[in-house]
Structures are given as structure tokens and as C-alpha cells.
Design a protein around this ligand. Structure first.
Ligand code: FAD
Ligand code: PHB
Length: 391
């Protein structure tokens, strides 16, 4: 097998890269270790920045998102029993976010790729990358028990945090930056109408809570928990009791409850690898960096990486110019570190870190009051949340 760009991983990064390359006339093959049904059913992120929405529309996969997604022009910060609206659109010259689940984006990208005759090999095993520091890299893998070899000009490592691409870069040539947090999120999907027109990020002494949505019938809620907790420590009644307490207001607002049909716990970490390239291997998305989900940046950063990578690859195939490919890591890392900072900052402001740290709680309250009381501070949150301009 031979292609121009071998893409490892059919998450948002890999599939969007394949789509952008296809539009630029560059040939690619996508290799994915899981099955199509599984990647289309994995529940993850839900917030798309304005730039990500524009990108999906520009590459012709935005129709269902525009119909079924929900455009949000503000978010609420809730603390001390009161809600405070951050007017995202008003503070950013009309920019907004789209609430549309990651697995719906995946479904749209897979359908578009298969419809246009593009290749995705699902369920591949034993993927390994060879000769990535030469001009003739290749990817070895097994498909239906048979050994295969994909020769390519470039390899895009879009295989997430636990993939094989990042460890392919020799450890002496990469530097890793990491921070872990002493809490995780318990996420649930609920059959209920929305409790609010906009997302609610709630600070509370008992811990953080987040009200998001998926559709008029299905809601997505999160609450801070111990990352070591087992799901059976969180029976439905305990979840509702915590959510009611953390989201309570003094004006009688009521959380709409319903049947919980999905539960999961995610750990929180910040992580960056530098550089994001080695020879002809380019890392994109979670393979290169992780953010805690409080800033809703994970999926959007993956999209931003592949935007830079696709245009550098397209420039190479147009003119043979490798300058933009050589600058890929430096270009992508500028946005990555901004998003790392924002995600860490939102996380630090909104979560309970230790049981006995009254000083930190007062600092968080002071910061929250400043953010909702100062137009300058609210604008800073808003412009980061909707996504800073691409270039
Ligand atoms: P991924 O989506 O991880 O895709 C990588 C793909 O590569 C996967 O399909 C995987 O099966 C495949 N793969 C892995 N190894 C190999 C291999 N060796 N060979 C071939 N294929 C391979 N962000 C938010 O903003 N909000 C959230 O609520 C949120 N929740 C999350 C929950 C979880 C459990 C996780 C893991 C992430 C969450 N994120 C969230 C982050 C967000 O979903 C990611 O940033 C986003 O999925 C990154 O896309 P990606 O394509 O880089 O990686
Ligand atoms: C989600 O809807 O899944 C979601 C929303 C906002 C976040 C993280 C996740 O910050």
C-alpha cells in the first residue's frame, strides 16, 4: 500500500486532517484501531469554538451540525447562590460557540470520507511507525490477521494520548510538560429538558459542577469527584443530591432531573510534548497535548493543529516548499500553550483543591467576582472561550 500521508487514528484530529487534505488534493489513508461503531458511540466533548464550526462548514461537513447543534452566545458563572452571565458574543464582536457532541462530529466526518471514496481502515492492530526520520517512512500493522505495510511521504500521529506515535519519537529528542489535578469529573447523560438556555459553570465549596446540553431531550451534566472513585460509589440519588447542592441559587431555580442513562469518570491532566514533530512524523491533537476539560478546548485544539498541518502539507505538494512543515511544531505550540494556560486557569478558579484551604477558596471567590464585575476580565475569559483568531 502507498499513499502521500499516512494518518494514525480516526478521532477528530485524524478525520479532519484527512478531510482537509482531500480538499487540497492530497492523498491520505487513515488507520484506526477501534471499530466504526465504537468511535461513533464514544461520549466525549461537546463545545465547538466559532473557528472550529467555520472550519467544519468550509470543508463541507457542517450541515447536520448547523441543523441539530445549538448556538450559544453566552455562558453563566454561578457562585454564592447567584448566576452571572458572560456575554460571549457581546464581548467578542459577535463570536459564539456551538454545542454539538464530539461523536456526532465523528459520524459526519466518517460519512463524508466514505462517501467521497476516501480510505479508513478500522480495527487495525499492532501499528508501528518505521523510518520516520527518513524521506520514506512507513506504517506496519495487521488487518484481519494479515501483516500490512503502508508506505508514505509523511505520517500524521493523530492517535490520542495513549497512541504509539508520540513514543516513536526518541525520548532524548522530546520534552514532556505535565500537571495532574487531585480531582476528576463524573459525567452523566440524562433524559430531561434543558435546565438553562446556556452552559452553567458552578463554583461551590462542595466542588465544581457543570450544566451542559446535547439536545432538547438529552442533557449533559458533570460534577467534580475523586478521580479514584468507582462508578458504583455514585448511585443516581447521590449524583442528584450533589448537583442540587452545588447548583442551588437563592432565586428558586430548579435543576430538571430525569433518567440517567450514561455515567463515566475522567481524570484531569495538563500535558504538552515538544516538539510536535520528528523527521516526517507530525503529532496532532491529544497525541501531543491534553487539557483539563474546564475550558472546553481539547477537540478545538485538535482542529487547530490539523488546520496548520494540512495547509503546510498542501503547500509542500503544491510547490515542494518545506518551510511551513518545518515550522509546524512552533506554529501549533503557540496556540497550544495559550489553551493550556486558559484551561489550567479555568480549572484552578472553579474547582475545590483541598479540604482545608480556606485561603484558596477566598482567592477563587475574589477572582470570580473580578471576572463577572470587570468588562476587561470578562472579555479575557470570553475571547479565550470562543477561541482566539487562528493566526
Ligand atoms: P482522540 O479523540 O483520542 O482520537 C484518537 C484515535 O486514535 C482514537 O479513535 C483511537 O482509537 C485511535 N488510536 C489510538 N491508538 C491507536 C493506534 N495505535 N493505532 C491506530 N489508532 C489508534 N474535551 C472536552 O473539551 N470536553 C470533554 O468533556 C471531554 N471529555 C473527554 C473524555 C475522555 C474520556 C477523553 C479521553 C477526552 C475528553 N476530552 C474532552 C478531550 C477531547 O475529547 C479530545 O481532546 C479529543 O478527542 C482529541 O481528539 P484526537 O483526535 O486528538 O484524539
Ligand atoms: C460538554 O458538553 O461535554 C462540555 C461542555 C463544556 C465543557 C466541557 C464539556 O467545558
Amino acid at each position: 500500500m502507498r499513499t502521500q500521508v499516512g494518518i494514525v487514528g480516526a478521532g477528530p484530529a485524524g478525520l479532519l486532517l484527512a478531510r482537509l487534505l482531500e480538499r487540497a488534493g492530497v492523498d491520505a489513508v487513515v488507520l484506526e484501531s477501534r471499530g466504526r461503531e465504537e468511535i461513533e458511540a464514544t461520549i466525549r466533548a461537546g463545545v465547538l469554538e466559532q473557528g472550529t464550526v467555520d472550519m467544519l462548514n468550509e470543508c463541507g461537513v457542517g450541515t447536520r451540525m448547523m441543523r441539530e447543534g445549538a448556538l450559544h452566545r453566552g455562558i453563566e458563572l454561578r457562585f454564592g447562590g447567584q448566576g452571572h452571565r458572560i456575554d460571549l458574543a457581546g464581548l467578542t464582536g459577535g463570536r459564539a460557540i456551538m454545542v454539538y457532541a464530539q461523536h456526532e462530529v465523528i459520524k459526519d466526518l466518517v460519512a463524508a470520507r466514505l462517501e467521497s471514496g476516501g480510505k479508513i481502515h478500522f480495527g487495525v492492530e499492532g501499528v508501528s511507525l518505521q523510518d520516520v526520520d527518513t524521506r520514506t517512512p512507513s506504517i506496519h500493522f495487521r488487518k484481519d490477521g494479515a501483516g500490512e505495510r503502508l508506505e508514505c511521504d509523511f505520517v500524521a500521529g493523530c492517535d490520542g494520548f495513549h497512541g504509539v506515535s508520540r513514543p516513536t519519537v526518541p525520548s532524548r529528542l522530546r520534552r514532556e510538560f505535565a500537571r495532574s489535578y487531585p480531582f476528576g469529573w463524573l459525567g452523566i447523560l440524562v433524559e430531561a429538558p434543558p435546565s438553562s438556555d446556556e452552559l452553567i459553570y458552578a463554583w461551590h465549596e462542595r466542588g465544581f459542577a457543570l450544566v451542559s446540553t446535547r439536545s432538547p431531550q438529552i442533557q449533559r451534566l458533570y460534577l467534580q469527584c475523586d478521580p479514584q472513585d468507582a462508578l458504583d460509589e455514585w448511585p443516581d440519588e447521590r449524583i442528584w443530591t450533589e448537583l442540587r447542592a452545588r447548583l442551588a441559587t437563592t432565586d428558586g431555580w430548579k435543576l430538571k432531573e430525569g433518567r440517567i442513562f450514561q455515567k463515566g469518570i475522567v481524570a484531569m491532566r495538563s500535558f504538552v510534548v515538544e516538539p510536535m514533530q520528528h523527521g516526517r512524523l507530525f503529532l496532532a491533537g491529544d497525541a501531543a497535548h491534553i487539557v483539563p476539560p474546564t475550558g472546553a478546548k481539547g477537540l478545538n485544539l485538535a482542529a487547530a493543529d490539523v488546520r496548520v498541518l494540512a495547509s503546510a502539507l498542501a503547500a509542500f505538494y503544491r510547490s515542494g516548499d518545506e518551510a511551513r512543515l518545518a515550522a509546524y511544531s512552533a506554529t501549533a505550540l503557540r496556540r497550544v500553550w495559550r489553551a493550556e494556560h486558559f484551561s489550567w486557569w479555568m480549572t484552578s478558579m472553579l474547582h475545590r483543591f483541598h479540604d482545608d484551604d480556606a485561603f484558596s477558596l477566598r482567592l477563587q471567590r475574589a477572582q470570580l467576582e473580578y471576572v463577572v464585575g470587570s468588562k476587561a476580565a470578562a472579555t479575557s475569559l470570553a475571547e479565550n472561550y470562543v477561541g482566539l483568531p487562528w493566526d
